[in-house]
Design a binder for this molecule. Sequence first.
Ligand SMILES: NC(=O)c1ccc[n+]([C@@H]2O[C@H](COP(=O)([O-])OP(=O)(O)OC[C@H]3O[C@@H](n4cnc5c(N)ncnc54)[C@H](OP(=O)(O)O)[C@@H]3O)[C@@H](O)[C@H]2O)c1
Length: 247
Amino acid sequence: MLTCRIIKNRTMKDVKNKVAYITGGTKGIGFAVAQTLLGQGMRVAISGRSQSSVDQALKEFNNDAVLGIVSNVGKMADEKDAVAKILDKWGQVDVVLANAGVGNFAPIDEMTDEDWHQMIDTNLNGAFHTLKASVEALKKSEGYYITLASLAGTNFFAKGAGYNASKFGVVGFTQAAMLDLRQYGIKVSTIMPGSVSTHFNNNEPDEKDAWKIQPEDIGELVLDLLQMNERTLPSKIEVRPTRPDKK
Ligand SMILES: NC(=O)c1ccc[n+]([C@@H]2O[C@H](COP(=O)([O-])OP(=O)(O)OC[C@H]3O[C@@H](n4cnc5c(N)ncnc54)[C@H](OP(=O)(O)O)[C@@H]3O)[C@@H](O)[C@H]2O)c1
């Protein structure tokens, strides 16, 4: 007969002092996830494309447990350098969140080469560069690699050809990498949110966004994944607003 153990008091895995690298942590989802992890006593490296955006974020964090790094995820050399800086400072990398992303939406006949390549370089190639740069460190820590994909990685829409291509790619890439890396004890997941209230696509987050997922909700979700028991891996997580805006 099958028996079922009732979990009365769930014991959470302790993440204190673990080291996370969050690409694109200067604002939006990456910034909020960093705040959540810092709240658990983790050390967090965040990146962005410019010194000014990284400095501004560091000012807002106002926390010695944050390392700011200027890195364009579209460049392998930048990502190798970023991970080297984290290892120099803290000697380990336990969690990597490939979050940096851009959305340039236009009908395909009007999509510029530049916009297409920026999306593929940042959203898709970036996820690869970040993993490639950190994979040996993750093997050592038996760590966690998470991509911030999107529901656009499974649902296509008009004006989304470039963004859909990048995010479908990220979902496939992450799932296949999960099969390669779990034998090393590395957990790999992809989070696929619907609308989140951030600066994405030139949005100004304010009260009109109240119905959307809030960035700190993704922080909670990431923490849930990190605290999950060892034997179980939620590998692909779709997350959407409970009550979407009535159009
Ligand atoms: N908001 C949504 O509704 C939504 C829904 C589903 C998925 N997502 C995904 O969530 C992720 C985060 O987006 P967000 O909503 O938080 O947008 P956001 O507020 O615009 O933040 C984007 C972040 O990515 C960084 N970034 C952009 N290009 C970069 C590059 N080449 N190298 C390094 N960093 C770069 C930006 O930093 P700098 O500007 O400082 O360079 C910024 O920190 C993206 O992958 C996006 O596709 C968003």
